[in-house]
Design a protein around this ligand. Sequence first.
Ligand code: 13P
Length: 250
Amino acid sequence: MARKKIIAGNWKMNMTPSEAVELVNTLKPLVANEEVDVVFCVPAIDIIPVVEAAKGSNIQVGAENMYFEEKGAFTGEISPNMLTDAGVKYVVLGHSERREYFAETSETVNKKMLKAFEHGITPIMCCGETLEQREQGVTMDFIRQQVKVGFLNVTADQAKTAVIAYEPIWAIGTGKTATTEQAEEVCKGIRECIVEIYDEATADAIRIQYGGSVNAKTAPELFAQPDIDGGLVGGASLKPDFGAIVNYNK
Ligand code: 13P
């Protein structure tokens, strides 16, 4: 069975609530492509206005992070219930920026993965190597560890619905997209890792995105690769360009 492509924007720390509504209104007509799942992952404060503005469109809304407890004394955190109640369907977990600046580890990512599934939120779990790791030749070892720890105690049925985003850190925000061959090689390696953890059926179902300086020019070739099921897009998701990326196959 062919996997449906999933193209998600990661707005990062951009867009005030009013700017967010304006951007959704601009992008709404541009991102209509029924062959693709389209997700806008937005800052927590933008979630409610974006869900409202996206009504009647094919845009689904995601969060950029989530805490792994239900409620309580965790100042500044957002719970899974808060997200689902606001209409969130996806959550980005373990983005390299969170790992680097906010002490996120594969262990905390794993806790969040389990919590997301418990609440019916689809995780977009990020992984990816640094330039140094790539040069040392340990890219796949590092990513396999991120994936294996991230998916600890996740059932095969849950894993089938998950999204993994391969984002080489050296390609994020640098304008330096990985080559199609580099991106496909790692996405294929991730799928093989899923076969090892689970089985062929799970690996066939799980969707693996590429992220890192994706733009309207690089998207068509990247998304045509057998193991690349779409993209996680940063900078270009804030511009009308995102419409061209979502319609990469038109
Ligand atoms: P850019 O597309 O801006 O390189 O960001 C990629 C990314 O980190 C998406 O999560």
